[in-house]
Design a protein around this ligand. Structure first.
Ligand code: SF4
Ligand code: ZN
Length: 318
């Protein structure tokens, strides 16, 4: 079978972009991929030239591809790029992810640090779930806040001024739809992609893949032969997000640009959020405090992870 050639050169095409049907060879795919990430960083003013960037490196496709791309773009931005991985202590899963994270850090030739829940919180996730027993929230309800917290601490420890994560356009579109369906649109209004927190305990986070789809990331990993962890976490049962993902996958068949339309809507909401932020400050629920235990910004007296750790400690001492 004849392989069609790239729409921009004579080389064989490696991929057809679903939203505009353009055929691209490996070189043109890579070029446009990097250009798009750079454009996203510029559009949202995600990074400054002298930022020290910590990258959350789980070993999954998003984070290993982000590391590869950022190492290539680094000369435009950063004095330093440092990889940090979080070991939640999930048996038969995390060791495998750390293996791919180490490979990615070696390939990109960046410093790599591993931080564990056990060392920081005093408990592995598996251990904490055992202590909590049956009468508890889902594993992700503990693990999510712990990871956010430890990533922040890790970024501070390595001296980073920004924390980047591999959340992609699909993740962002799913999150917006979930907020809509849960009647919590204010969450989107408040989660501005342009970092602006000025709390010294908090390293601002940005998502350079905000406009890059999961499909593009998989294609990049495959074309560039970047190995990544394919195994899913045994606790991953976020059923609601899975349903939203299926809806978006079905919609994308007829309208391949639907993910970008949703991201554009989210951007309009953030702009609106900026315009009405003065009014929102008067909304009692949205006042920002410093967590009494750790000092991180939070909507309550204690941040989520401090509250959950106290729950585990209390349960252990019962
Ligand atoms: Fe943690 Fe849930 Fe992610 Fe597993 S799926 S790593 S438990 S947040
Ligand atoms: Zn706290």
């Amino acid at each position: 079978m004849d392989i069609p050639s790239c729409d921009m050169c004579e080389h064989p095409a490696a991929w057809r972009r679903p939203w505009d049907n353009t055929l691209v060879c490996i070189m043109h795919f890579n070029k446009s991929f990097l250009k798009k990430v750079q454009k996203t960083i510029n559009k949202y003013q995600m990074l400054k030239r002298d930022d020290i960037i910590a990258i959350g490196l789980s070993g999954g496709k998003d984070s290993v591809v982000l590391l590869d791309v950022m190492a290539k773009l680094q000369k435009n931005h950063s004095t330093k790029l440092i990889a940090i991985s979080i070991d939640e202590g999930i048996e038969n899963y995390r060791e495998n992810g750390l293996h791919f994270a180490k490979l990615a850090a070696e390939r990109a030739d960046v410093e790599h640090h591993i931080f564990s829940y056990k060392e920081f919180f005093g408990y592995d996730l598996d251990e904490a779930l055992m202590i909590l027993g049956e009468n508890r929230l889902s594993p992700c309800s503990y693990c999510g806040p712990f990871r956010r917290k430890l990533l922040n601490e890790a970024a501070r420890k390595v001296g980073a001024t920004k924390l980047i994560t591999g959340h992609n356009a699909d993740d962002e579109a799913q999150t917006l739809l979930m907020n809509v369906m849960r009647g919590d649109l204010l969450k989107t209004l408040h989660s501005n992609p342009i970092p602006k927190f000025k709390n010294k305990a908090f390293v601002n986070r940005v998502k350079p893949f905000r406009r890059t789809t999961e499909q593009e990331i998989v294609v990049y990993a495959n074309l560039n032969q970047i190995p990544y962890q394919e195994m899913s976490c045994p606790h991953a049962v976020e059923a609601y997000r899975g349903k939203i993902r299926n809806i978006l996958t079905n919609l994308s068949v007829d309208d391949p640009g639907v993910i970008f339309s949703i991201i554009n809507s989210a951007d309009s909401l953030h702009d609106l959020g900026g315009l009405v932020s003065n009014n929102l400050k008067h909304d009692g629920n949205k006042e920002i405090f410093d967590c009494k235990k750790c000092g991180e910004p939070t909507n309550n007296e204690l941040c989520n992870s401090c509250r959950l750790i106290i729950e585990i400690e209390n349960r252990e001492n019962m």
